[in-house]
Design a protein around this ligand. Sequence first.
Ligand code: RUB
Length: 305
Amino acid sequence: MNVDDTVSAIKGMEIRGAGRIARAGAAAIGEMARAGKWNDINEMRKDILDAKAKIIGSRPTAVSLLNGVQYTLKGFDVCRSVSDAVKLITNNSDDFVRSSEEAVRTIGKIGARRIKDGAVIMTHCNSSAALECIKEAHRSGKAVKVYATESRPWRQGILTVNELAKEGIDVTLIIDSAVRSVMKKVDIVMVGADTITSNGALINKIGTSQLALAANESRVPFVVCSETYKISPQTLFGDMVTIEERDTGEIVRKGEIPDNVKVFNPVFDSTPSRYIDGIITEIGIVNPGSVYEIMIKQFGEQTFG
Ligand code: RUB
């Protein structure tokens, strides 16, 4: 898919979820490089950097999108010829897409081991990393039962229940406000991540922090399933993660309420690290207090460059 189509698919939520948008962004830059007919590296640089800005501006919260595009462009600034740059970008893009898919599979294997036979799991929204853990536990022969939240307003929970039911998993859809009352029946909460900050806070679909609070109150482990490229080095320097606000038409139809009523539609929230028992990544299970060390290991000099 080309850059413009990718940007509109991400904005329109046809491509959604932090991992998927990162792969789509990286793939679009790769395709642009592959198809490009530049004679001059400066011309190419300008076009690619314009495309980068468009892609990372398409959704503001998931740092995976920025990290995926930055990975794809790693080394581009020192390329001296168009042919070298095309080779570099296409290799990086393919590498990011392949390794990020592999990361989800690895997280699934690690996460499945944390799920006990007969476990009741609660999940929120639609996270490929969290669902891979559940599916892998099911594939390995464990009996699992899942409560999936509706995740208003976009209702990604519908995607989740379809996905799990297709695999033959026992899944129950609940409305978001049923979280606290259902938590009594739950053994573990597993959610995905859009961004993880350097101090171990989780930014994920609105309502995630409510699951965390309810889990904490009921002493239910709250686990995040996240590829390491969801960690945001920028937050080390105090940058705040932008919480996307979407169109209020997602909540109410025009004419349904008086014009003087304001509607607020933030679509992500922040869960402090003290409510998180563990982060399952492709390099193992990480304590939220160790995110800083993982960040340095994974991002290296880029973090301080
Ligand atoms: C999706 C969402 C998911 C994370 C992780 O929100 O919050 O939990 O992106 O997903 P939206 P994954 O539907 O608004 O993009 O594990 O697939 O990366």
